[in-house]
Design a protein around this ligand. Sequence first.
Ligand code: PAP
Length: 321
Amino acid sequence: MADAQTESNHKAGVLEGGGDESIVPQTQGLWVRYQGCWLRPLAVQSVKIVQEQFEARPDDILLVTYPKCGTTWLKALVFTITNRFRHAITGDDHPLLTHHPQDLVPFLEMPYRQLHPLSDLEKLPSPRLLSTHLPVTLLPPCVVTLGCRVVYLCRSPKDVLVSLWHFIYKVNKNYSIDKALELFSKGESSYGPIWEHNLGFWKESISNSDRVLFLKYDEMMAQLVKHVKMLAEFLRVPFTEEEVRCGVVEEIVHLCSFDKLKSMPVNSSGVSDRIGGEPMENSSFFRTAKVGDWANYLTEEMAKKLDGIVEEKLSGSDLTF
Ligand code: PAP
């Protein structure tokens, strides 16, 4: 009920603080700042519930992404790799043939968490595969203290901006690419600033390399087999020599490829409310998957502006895009 009110305030352009001083409304009314992170107003309550009530298990595996960095792909890959002894990759009953990849790995801060208590996660057998967009600073502390493993996937900020713009533009035709760039460059975007999100997990991956695997979308695209093997090693289910010889790695690459997933009826038709508020077409998670697609939407000047900001924010860190 509270969230329905929040969402209707949001649509009416009413900015809310929710009585919580850590929530600062943002001028455009698209996001509010919560503990240093920009969130959709509707997401704040879910994030708070996760922070306060989520009980991690030491063998939990968290798939962490900034939005539009390849969440759908990572979920498909990790689900397939870790479940390959239960679900044969070439079998005609593989769950990816009948489920959207987004639905195979539960999202911690799913919309309307207050209506869907965390008990759904508690019922899952170990080891659990879970996903989140939370920056490291907002993760429930138990995730760190229990040493849960994290796979972090990031992507060139220019491609993230363009992917995100397409996604939001579908439901908000007032959201121009110029406006998207203006806000994104100030860090104002769901779970932003993106550079803080990236840097937080970059640092974690350096200090805890056995616990945090840091991946880049463009590098994965360029070397698929290498990254699928790397994922399996990190997830402690490495491929046997026999599996490699029989082409299991290539089969996983193929099953989880953009073209294959996009063509499946379960992903190409229907709608679902995954982000809260607006039901989105299942196909909206499969657009083009092209590295460097930003060049079709951003002028040189726009690209230079974002590059300059990102370089400055990441300077001294060795993290580059
Ligand atoms: P989310 O963070 O909102 O859950 P996410 O899956 O990260 O969504 O974003 C979708 C992007 O991943 C799209 O990028 P694009 O807009 O640049 O095209 C989508 O095309 C891409 N994507 C989806 N599935 C795959 C895949 N199997 N391989 C590579 N990229 C993919």
